[in-house]
Design a protein around this ligand. Sequence first.
Ligand code: A3P
Length: 283
Amino acid sequence: DVYGWFEGIAFPLAYFNLEVLREARDTFVVKDEDIIMVTYPKSGTHWLIEIICLIHSKGDPKWIQSVPTWQRSPWIETTHGYELLKDKEGPHIFTSHLPIQLFPKSFFNSKAKVIYGIRNPRDVLVSAYFFLRKMNITKKPETLQEHMEWFLQGSVIYGSWFEHVRGWLSMRDRENVLVVSYEDLTKDPRSTVEKICQFLGKKLKPEEIDLVLKYSSYQFMKENKMSNFSTIPDEYLDKGFSFQRKGVAGDWKNHFTVAQAEAFDEIYQKKMAGFPPKLFPWE
Ligand code: A3P
């Protein structure tokens, strides 16, 4: 089997180790100055990382052009990312796809800042389908229908989207948590970036914001070797893989059949029942 199971959630063993997952949750010390990007996979994680790194460098692209994404902002739960972070001094910038119950416990008593990225789950599903078709470390879905079944049951890596989002959004009123949507980023990147700057307490000049927007654009990221996944070893990915696939909101409409859209809606309504909908731009 390509998966290991931790607290009922599947993790591909090529990147994960159950001991590390436990250690990251139980003993990793989150610092007050840390900045953490948290998302369910395929919600625009790499885009957010790019924006944060560029805010950090006030729009100077040197850093994003010389260090790969997974080193600039390592995924704490991966074996490699944990290794990079655990003994590193000073404030960290890091990433995680962990559901809230598996996240480092020390965060909850810290002032570290979490940016939680959300995206229409239909687009998350489509994006993940095409991604998994190219990935060699996970189970490959044969059809979109098959992946939809896995997705709706939560039998995918990192578990159920619904539980992930409901869990993390329970933190949304905390001062140190900001929720950002992929849809807002595509619709109005400038004000979304300004909102992130404000949350991080970073004052950037308008021309520095221009640079953040320029270098985090879809086209620029697609061509930047440090951001487009070209540094990931070949054995993990099929040839011809492009990380920046389509980069739009609403692509699910090109892939779901009417019957699939209806079936999805029915389960969505059930799983999100009683949840304040105002936060979701896709509703
Ligand atoms: P699509 O597959 O719909 O194109 P993650 O980083 O969480 O894995 O998310 C990947 C998704 O973000 C992909 O979506 C990818 O194309 C999109 N993406 C990456 N960089 C982007 C950018 N600069 N602008 C818009 N979308 C971007």
